[in-house]
Design a protein around this ligand. Structure first.
Ligand code: ADP
Length: 458
């Protein structure tokens, strides 16, 4: 189907050339027709005025009463190819200046008529018949001119113009093919590059050079698109590899406990209880991780839609503080600053962010440590601060803690069940709300996560 289509399609370069040639031919044709027409008119005007002038001269001569003298009249009509005949009243020929006469009826047309007449040789003749009266005597004057030179000239002009037109079209076709191929070359590069790019090899790029035109822009846009594709593909690959790695660990642990149970745990109550507890823990962690992964995947696919509503942020913080105090009695949760503020945001998503951050503070703060939760309205945004007195994060690691699967010290978060996804989710949600999230931390002293959320996004 594709091949069939390809064979039948007419290339842009061919189409451009054809259009170019047709337009040029039409222009040349119009110019040629105009040229011939103008030349014809100018020459004919010239001839006509020449004949009129000779006729007038002869008329004056006859009227002057001089004898119709051959020599004098010869002089008057000496001009190129002028045939003069003078007839008497009885239509008898009195005078003719040339031997090869042209036979034209002197009465056929009114005086002063000018016409073109074709004889057998298809040669055109221009003539003027005029009646001249002199003292009651009537003379017929006939001045004629063979237009052989004129016809020959026009014929040559036709030939020259036809040859010029043919040459013009040939040059138009050749230059059209050359130019369109040259101009469209980048499209060929883009096509070839696009063909050689596959999901396994996204390294290929179009060599963008030459004039800064639309095709260069197309090439650059194409390269940008492949950059983005490659980046997102790499991210996807990394995500899948990290996710499977994170899932492999709890599965291995569960498998290990099942093996123990299978071998000797069935009869040993202590081993049985420990194994069940561990399997429970690991299944819980795995469930949590899968939910987090699904959240990120939906976020990436733009399938996760935030549900905006107006609510009191201070009330949400109060609830979370109370909840945390109930679950965790090993730390002191302090919530002294909690300004009354209504925000327009996704209630569940903001709750999730706060839980992730407070969970971290609990995880990474030794027992009996203090955790401060504060919220304050500032201009058109609200600042939420969660500060702990825990182990802190080394300076050089701080820029990465919001990356997916990033854990500061793999071994330290192993016990806490963390997989490095929580802060990535928190950052995604905050960014979706057009807010900002940052970390301030000192190793061994504690960590503070600061979130800024616009009060009303609209
Ligand atoms: P995790 O589920 O591993 O906690 P997060 O994305 O929530 O993943 O955090 C990323 C890493 O940042 C954690 O592994 C931890 O090392 C570090 N971290 C986050 N919050 C704190 C904190 N309050 N104190 C110390 N380290 C923290």
């Amino acid at each position: 189907m594709n091949k069939f289509y390809k064979n039948r399609r007419i290339s842009i370069s061919l189409r451009l050339t054809a259009i170019h040639a047709v337009i040029l031919s039409i222009i040349l044709l119009i110019i040629s027709i105009l040229t011939i027409n103008i030349v014809e008119r100018v020459l004919m005007k010239e001839y006509k005025s020449e004949i009129k002038k000779v006729t007038e001269d002869v008329k004056k001569y006859i009227k002057s009463g001089k004898e119709i003298n051959k020599d004098i009249l010869q002089e008057v009509t000496l001009k190129d190819g002028i045939h003069l005949k003078i007839f008497g009243e009885d239509e008898s020929l009195i005078f003719q200046n040339k031997l090869d006469t042209i036979e034209i009826n002197i009465k056929e047309y009114n005086e002063l008529d000018l016409i073109d007449l074709a004889d057998d040789s298809r040669m055109e003749i221009l003539y003027l018949n005029k009646v001249v009266f002199k003292e009651n005597k009537k003379y017929y004057v006939q001045v004629a001119k063979k237009l052989d030179a004129y016809d020959a000239f026009l014929e040559t002009l036709y030939v020259i113009l036809v040859i010029m037109n043919i040459f013009g079209v040939i040059i138009a076709v050749i230059s059209g093919i050359y130019l369109s191929r040259k101009i469209l070359k980048p499209i060929e590069w883009i096509t070839n590059t696009a063909k050689s790019i596959s999901i396994h090899d996204l390294d290929e790029r179009i060599n963008v050079h030459g004039a800064d035109d639309e095709l260069k822009e197309l090439g650059e846009t194409f390269n940008d698109m492949i950059d983005r594709l490659q980046e997102s593909f790499e991210r996807e690959k990394q995500f899948v590899s990290d996710a499977s790695h994170e899932l492999r660990t709890p599965i291995s642990v569960i498998q290990g406990y099942i093996d123990i149970l299978d071998r000797w745990g069935k009869d040993d109550k202590e081993v049985l209880e420990e194994s069940i507890l561990e399997i429970k823990n690991e299944t819980f962690n795995m469930k949590k991780l899968i939910e987090q992964l699904l959240f990120l995947a939906r976020g990436d696919n733009k399938k996760y839609k935030l549900n905006y509503s107006e609510f009191y942020l201070n009330e949400l913080i109060d609830d979370i503080v109370n909840e945390t105090k109930m679950i965790d009695n090993k730390h002191t949760i302090i919530n002294n600053v909690n300004g009354k503020v209504i925000i327009n945001a996704d209630f569940d998503a903001i709750k999730q962010v706060l839980r992730i951050i407070i969970d971290n503070s609990i995880k990474y703060t030794a027992d009996h440590g203090d955790i401060f939760i504060e919220s304050e309205k500032q201009n058109d945004y609200v600042e939420i601060r969660v500060k702990d007195t825990g182990i802190g994060i080394p300076k050089e690691e701080q820029p990465y803690i919001f990356d997916r699967f990033y854990r500061v010290d793999k071994s330290r978060s192993k016990d806490t069940g963390g997989s490095g996804v929580g802060l990535a989710i928190a950052k995604w949600i905050v960014k979706k709300h057009l807010g900002a999230i940052k970390v301030e931390s000192e190793l061994g002293k504690g960590t503070q996560i600061i979130i800024k959320l616009p009060i009303n996004m609209y």
